[in-house]
Structures are given as structure tokens and as C-alpha cells.
Design a protein around this ligand. Structure first.
Ligand SMILES: *[C@@H]1O[C@H](CO)[C@@H](O)[C@H](O)[C@H]1NC(C)=O
Ligand SMILES: *[C@@H]1O[C@H](CO)[C@@H](O)[C@H](O)[C@H]1NC(C)=O
Ligand SMILES: *[C@@H]1O[C@H](CO)[C@@H](O)[C@H](O)[C@H]1NC(C)=O
Length: 617
């Protein structure tokens, strides 16, 4: 529906079209400004009709090799012109193994939905397939042809995520040819394709680059984001939104730190007491079907859901029912004060290694988790921040240690902790039908200098590094041939910066790491600086962590994005250049995330988006 209005405040020669869409109305007002691609920059100029100017979106699509793409592909050549079409004028042809076809169809449907979101008047509630696009646009067709070679439907560290994408146009048809070894490569290609398409701001339809050749593959097989749902609870919808944004950035691992000492939001059928005692409320719970749903939701977006069950520290609330059920004290130091003596932050809690019943409970937890997250190709054991004073001031623990003649010194406790670790590794193997699952552990007292190879076998564990990027421990782990994932907190802990939550001042790992620091944090460069070798074969990738003492779903998007996108380009492209070469693209990509419903933080005034290259220090 269109209507022509005249008003006194605007020049009478301007026709102001009022589009009425649902309950909203907006003015599509002509602008004196246009854009010209000059020297790989979109330059804003007054439209005098002398030079052919275009819109910002069209300029971004056609100005330089990867001007609209994020993360930057390994190689891309893009044409300089666009063709206009309506979203319903896209077809899909595909050749793929039968196991893969349903996944591809679902991924294609998501791709189409994402194109709808390019429209400025998009809203989940009001958009329909043919609206609100201008139906008068010409009948240009876009044919997408996808070939997938392998039948894999689950991601592993060995999955080939590469793809080739070719766009060609003749007369009224644009043909997009995607060839990928796996579904995962093909869905990444669809993300890239979505970035070769944009909304034409003055013509109210979509445009696609008329020619392109992209060859692409990730630099690292593990590209993760951690969210902690114990400090604060996040609804399933908020997790979905986070997974959507990860997919838009080709991240592939959602590391779910589900439980901790604060709360136990996972409702296990075999152990209902855990969530009954441990959830913040009966509304703050993940039910088994929620987990199964999220595993599938993530997979079609190219993402594995990596479960973490953190132990033997970082337990507490949820474990209080043991004595009442005749199993004895399962966890000790739970909520104990003054917390400073028994843990790193309130509330405290650690498993009671003196009580063999903990293994009965853990075996149920692992069994159910492995089932819900199936098929798991990695399992995260947590394993950080054990406080020896908690155990050493617990009578049941010390008398057990003495009775076995272990002594009470630190090495004795580390020894028992590593025995615990081996027992739980066996329980996970058992829960996984006897097949070993590679385990991930945080750096901890057990991984410190001189201890790590005594306690942890490098064929069984991957170590997730959360020291600073200068820590000598990194060199030791690499020299001892441990596979590692980087999450060095000085760049990749996204919760750092801001006020403290215990006491005054700033939080423990301040300052905030800006996107530039996130982007420039190169695992290979860190390894090289510390060991004189990039150790590329041992570095599986990296992960940004969002610990949520001070974050819940109201604030999560702005903490994760667009810094999560900066991480994604480091891990996908691993560019040899620094952040300054990526800035234009990130500003543009941030807008795309906002269109997709992510409340990503602004990194510059909009003026900088419209005036490329003029916001440099
Ligand atoms: C545990 O406490 C005993 C004293 O009761 C002390 O001798 C020992 O050093 C303590 N162990 C640790 C690891 O602090
Ligand atoms: C580590 O595990 C591998 C495979 O099970 C085994 O062959 C090796 O002996 C173990 N190494 C140590 C130091 O225990
Ligand atoms: C580092 O490697 C370079 C060559 O790759 C070599 O010349 C240099 O001596 C090495 N430095 C150290 C400290 O090992």
C-alpha cells in the first residue's frame, strides 16, 4: 500500500512516499547524498547528477575485494555491479547425500529468513513472504545450486568446513554455484552469500553482486564462545539468539558452562534434586528437551554444543540433598563464609572426595548429559580453581586423607584431585558406550610448571588456556605436546572491565578488551613469541568466554557483539594484518548483526560508517 503526501516543511517537489506496514509507518525520503567507491572506500558526496552515485549498501557490496564480507574469506573476487530481485525469486537445486538433504533444506530456509531481515521494516510478527518488498520490481531470478559431497551431519575437529562459491549473471538470471565437501561448508557458503546480498535503500528490494568467486576455509577447527548460565540464568530464546549470531560469524562451538557453585539450572531426569535444590527458581531451568532442541538448533547453524560439567570445584548449590537421601555430604564448603578462605568468589563449594557416593551421582550426571548432547565429540571437565584450604579445613576430608596415609600437603591433595579426574574420565567413557571422548580441562594447579605431565596425559586432554597471553605456562604446554585452545583472559574474557561486584573499584580482570585487542590476539603469534614456533599443529583454535556474574540476557548481546565477530575473523581468517584493515568491514557487519536482531554494541558514530577512513587516530 502506498500513498503520496505533500507537506509544507519539505520542498514541494519531493514526493514523500508513506509505506504502511502493520502498525508502523515510515517515510522513504529522498536524500541529497550518495556514495562513490574511490580507492576501496565508499565516499559520501552530494548528488548533483554529474557523477553516478549509488547508495551506501550498494557501494559496500561492490567497493573492493571483500568490502561487505565478514569474516574475510581466504580468497574472494567480487564484481562491480548488482542485480535487483525479490526474495521470493530465489530457487534452490541441490545434489547432496540423503542424510544431508533435510539439513540443507533447513539451512536454506534460515538463509531466506535472514534475507527478509535485511528489510528495514522487518519484524518477526508482521513480515510475510512477499511483503513488505516492492512487488513492482523486475522479474530477475536467483538460482542457488548446491553440491555437497560427504554424508557427515555432525561436526568434529576433522570436519572439512571449506566451500567454493561462484556467482554469475546472464540476462535476467543470477546463478550461484556452491560446492562443499560437507554440509558445514555449504551452510557457511550460504552465510557468505547472504553478505553478497543487501537491501537497496531507495528501490525497496534486494540486490545481489552479479559476479563473485570465493574460495574459503577456516584457519582453525575450533572457534568457540563460552556462555555461563550458572551465575545468571539465560532463557532458551537468549541462547538461540546467541547461536544465531555465532552462525552469522561462522563460529562453530557454543561452549555451555551450564552449572557452577551459584546455581544448577539443568533438570536431570535421573537426579531431579539437582535442579530442585540448585535452580534459582522453577522458571530458571533447562529441561532435557530444551537441551535436545538446542543441540539440533545449533547443528543446522554449523555449531556444536559443547557441554561442560565443572568439577571438583565450582559445585555447590544443587548438591545439598545428599545427607537427606542417605548418600552423605556430597559437596563441602557449600556457601561457606568467610568465602575468601575457601574459594575465589562467593558462593564456595567443592566435591567431597572422601565420599565415594559422589561417583554414583556423577555417573548419572555424565550419562544423562552425554545422552542429551549426543553425539558428543568433546567433553569439557572444567577442573579449575580448586581451593586446597576448603578440603584441608573439612574434617571428613582430612581424616580420610590421614586414614589412607596420604598426608595433608599440597602434593597429596593434587594427587587425589588427579585420581578424581581419572575416575570421572572413566565415567564419561563408560557413559559414552566405552568409547573415549577427548576431554578439555582449564589450566589449573594441575597444569602448572612441572606438574602437568605427571597428572594429565596429553593424548587424553586438550588444555584450554586462560592465563594471560604472556604466561610461560603456554610454552610448557606446547613444548610438552598438549593440544590447546586459547582463551587468554587479557584479550578473550569478554566480562572483563566495568565495576567490581564484590567491593569497589573495577572487576578482577579489568580493563575491558576492545574489539581491536580481541581481533589482534593471535594464538600463533603468542606461541611464536614464547617458543619461537607457531605450533600450528597443536593449537586447535580459540574461544571467547563470557562469565556472567554481571551479565544476564538483558545485557548479553552488547557484551558478546561485535567483539565476538572480531574473534571470529581471527579464528576463521587468521589475518596477517591487524584490526585497522578490518574496521570498515566490522562497522558494516555490526549493522548486519543488528538487522538480524542482535543488540550489538556500536563501535563508532554512524558518521564514521558514512565517511569511511575519516575516524582514524
Ligand atoms: C593442611 O593443614 C595442615 C594443618 O592442619 C597443614 O600442616 C598443611 O600444610 C595444610 N595443607 C595445605 C595444603 O594447606
Ligand atoms: C597416555 O595414554 C596413552 C594412550 O592410552 C598411553 O599409550 C601412554 O602410555 C599414556 N602416557 C602416560 C605417560 O601415561
Ligand atoms: C628462532 O628461530 C630462528 C629461525 O627459525 C633461529 O634463527 C633462532 O635462533 C631461534 N631462536 C631461538 C631463541 O631459538
Amino acid at each position: 500500500m502506498g500513498r503520496v503526501l505533500r507537506t509544507r516543511t519539505w520542498p514541494v517537489c519531493l514526493l514523500i512516499t508513506l509505506f504502511i506496514h502493520g502498525n508502523t509507518a515510515s517515510f522513504n525520503m529522498p536524500s541529497p547524498w550518495g556514495y562513490q567507491c574511490l580507492d576501496y572506500k565508499c565516499v559520501k558526496e552530494e548528488n548533483t547528477g554529474v557523477v553516478g552515485l549509488t547508495t551506501l549498501n550498494e557501494c559496500k557490496l561492490t567497493c573492493g575485494a571483500s568490502s561487505s564480507l565478514w569474516p574475510k574469506p581466504q580468497t574472494a573476487q567480487l564484481g562491480k555491479t548488482t542485480a535487483q530481485f525479490l526474495p521470493r525469486a530465489i530457487t534452490l537445486d541441490h545434489v547432496s547425500p540423503p542424510t544431508v538433504s533435510p539439513l540443507l533444506l533447513e539451512a536454506f530456509h534460515l538463509f531466506l529468513n535472514n534475507l527478509d531481515k535485511h528489510h528495514p521494516q522487518y519484524s518477526d510478527k508482521t513480515v510475510t513472504w512477499s511483503e513488505p518488498w516492492d512487488p513492482s520490481v523486475s522479474s530477475h531470478m536467483v538460482q542457488v545450486k548446491v553440491t555437497i559431497q560427504q554424508p557427515d551431519i555432525w561436526l568434529t575437529l576433522l570436519t572439512d568446513e571449506s566451500y567454493q562459491l561462484v556467482v554469475e549473471t546472464s540476462a535476467r538470471v543470477t546463478t550461484v554455484t556452491i560446492i562443499a565437501p560437507t554440509f558445514f561448508g555449504a551452510r557457511h557458503a550460504l552465510e557468505t552469500l547472504a553478505q553478497l546480498i543487501a537491501y537497496h535503500e531507495t528501490r525497496d528490494n534486494l540486490m545481489i553482486v552479479t559476479s563473485a568467486t570465493v574460495r574459503d576455509a577456516p584457519a582453525f577447527p575450533y572457534r568457540g564462545l563460552l556462555l555461563d548460565t550458572s551465575r545468571n540464568y539465560f532463557s532458551v530464546a537468549a541462547l538461540e539468539r546467541t547461536i544465531d549470531a555465532m552462525a552469522a560469524n561462522k563460529l562453530n562451538t557454543f561452549h555451555w558452562h551450564i552449572t557452577d557453585s551459584h546455581s544448577f539450572p539443568l533438570n536431570l531426569e535421573s537426579l531431579p534434586n539437582m535442579a530442585y535444590y540448585g535452580a534459582y527458581s522453577s522458571n530458571s531451568i533447562y529441561h532435557p528437551l530444551d537441551v535436545v532442541h538446542l543441540v539440533k538448533y545449533a547443528r543446522v547453524r554449523g555449531i556444536r554444543l559443547l557441554p561442560e560439567f565443572d568439577a571438583p570445584a565450582h559445585v555447590g548449590n544443587g548438591w545439598q540433598w545428599g545427607e537427606r537421601q542417605g548418600l552423605g555430604k556430597l559437596a563441602v564448603c557449600v556457601n561457606k563464609e568467610p568465602w575468601q578462605q575457601y574459594c575465589v568468589e562467593p558462593p564456595c563449594g567443592q566435591l567431597n572426595l572422601a565420599n565415594p557416593n559422589i561417583y554414583k551421582v556423577l555417573s548419572e550426571i555424565y550419562r544423562e548429559m552425554i545422552q542429551l548432547f549426543a553425539p558428543v565429540d568433546l567433553f569439557h571437565y572444567g577442573g579449575d580453581e580448586v581451593n586446597l584450604n576448603c578440603w584441608n579445613t573439612t574434617e571428613e576430608m582430612t581424616s580420610w586423607m590421614k586414614a589412607q596415609n596420604y598426608g595433608l600437603d599440597a602434593d597429596a591433595y593434587y594427587g587425589q584431585w588427579s585420581v578424581f579426574q581419572e575416575k570421572v574420565r572413566q565415567l564419561v567413557t563408560q557413559a559414552h558406550g566405552g568409547v573415549e571422548v577427548p576431554g578439555i580441562l582449564w589450566t589449573s594447579h594441575l597444569t602448572e610448571k612441572g606438574r602437568v605431565n605427571k597428572y594429565l596425559n596429553n593424548t587424553k586432554y586438550i588444555i584450554q588456556i586462560w592465563t594471560t597471553g604472556q604466561d610461560a605456562l603456554i610454552a610448557e604446554l606446547l613444548q610438552k605436546q598438549y593440544k590447546v585452545i586459547f582463551s587468554n583472559y587479557d584479550a578473550w574474557y569478554l566480562d572483563c572491565g566495568g565495576g567490581a561486584w564484590v567491593g569497589e573499584g573495577n572487576n578482577w580482570c579489568s580493563p575491558y578488551s576492545g574489539w581491536q585487542k580481541v581481533y589482534d590476539n593471535s594464538p600463533h603469534a603468542i606461541a611464536k613469541a614464547l617458543t619461537n614456533s607457531t605450533h600450528a599443529n597443536l593449537i586447535l583454535g580459540g574461544e571467547a568466554a563470557l562469565w556472567t556474574e554481571q551479565i544476564d540476557e538483558e545485557a548479553v548481546d552488547a557484551r558478546l557483539w561485535p567483539r565476538g565477530a572480531a574473534l571470529a575473523e581471527r579464528l576463521w581468517t587468521n589475518p596477517s594484518t591487524g584490526w585497522a584493515d578490518a574496521e570498515y568491514r566490522l562497522i558494516h557487519h555490526r549493522q548486519r548483526l543488528v538487522q538480524r536482531g542482535v543488540s550489538a554494541e556500536r563501535i563508532q558514530p554512524q558518521w564514521c560508517h558514512q565517511n569511511e577512513g575519516l575516524c582514524y587516530a
